[in-house]
Ligand binder design. Sequence first.
Ligand code: NCD
Ligand code: ZN
Length: 352
Amino acid sequence: MSNSPKQIQLIQPDDWHLHIRDGEVMKDVLVDTARQFARAIIMPNLKPPVTTVALANAYRTRIEASLESLGIVRFTPLMTLYLTDNTSADEVHKAKAAGITAFKLYPAGATTNSDAGVSDIKRCYGVLEAMQTVGMPLLVHGEVTSADIDIFDREAVFIDRVLEPLRKDFPELKIVFEHITTKQAAHYVRDAQTNGKNSLAATITPQHLLMNRNAIFAGGIRPHNYCLPVLKREEHRVALLEVATSGSPRFFLGTDSAPHSKGAKEAACGCAGCYSAFNALGLYAEAFESVGKLDKLEGFASLFGPDFYSLPRNTKTISLVKQAQSIPAELPLGDETIVPLRAGEAIAWSLA
Ligand code: NCD
Ligand code: ZN
């Protein structure tokens, strides 16, 4: 493939990190995701969080009802459970039997709806032991939460204080370091020794491949570019783009598309989260094209994720064309509206 084609064909991608919320707004966001992706890992940080198999099954049923009402037949939600200090090992076995795909670790207080998260990972050692035994992946929001650690350093400090000790204690536990944002995380995952086991991977969002922290302050405060972990310096963006486009199977697509209404973002204390689902694939294609690596997009978007999770690869294909798509200033979100990433501008690639 030439490195500046006008059209590319890919096995249909999946989104390995997605927030679709609940209730009426869920339909508005599901339709954007299902246009592009065959499956998505559905994050469990609802209010209240999805902490049990029973809650996950009920959530799955609501998602399926939304899909049905939208007439969407080819989209599969992959359910996750929200780990708390009180999760039992028994819940892991039930989750495995019920076809739950993974557990999510939110350090308490790290991000949106994480108050019920884990206060100290040591409290979860029994659960992690069970997860390692049954092959249940742990998805990690990798930031420490102590107020004395600078917000731009919280991911790098998490590696030393939490992730590395965790991997030593559970060498066979499958871990996904979610939405990585730093050179330290990119290199940690790239260089980790896993004894030939497929035990460590990372997802990367489109915004962290395309923007650095200047985008939060360009000419004034830009709440729609604020997400967690927060955008970092340019050197970090460059390192993320390098590993994402390297062809390493340890890095794959996870948009972390996180819808919050316009009002909840444009506020004195605005919510964290970028809504990238509207044309996430176009954003990723731009990022890969910027370094002449469009030929590496399919592995990142469509192959390495299912391989890590031991799920079948999709068989259908999709095409992206180099045709600018204007992104609306706002989209409907239930009774309110949402401002998508790139609102009022264009994305260079569109779905054919
Ligand atoms: C996410 C959300 O809004 O649920 N927000 C975000 O900034 N990414 C939570 C998360 O994934 O951290
Ligand atoms: Zn997220």
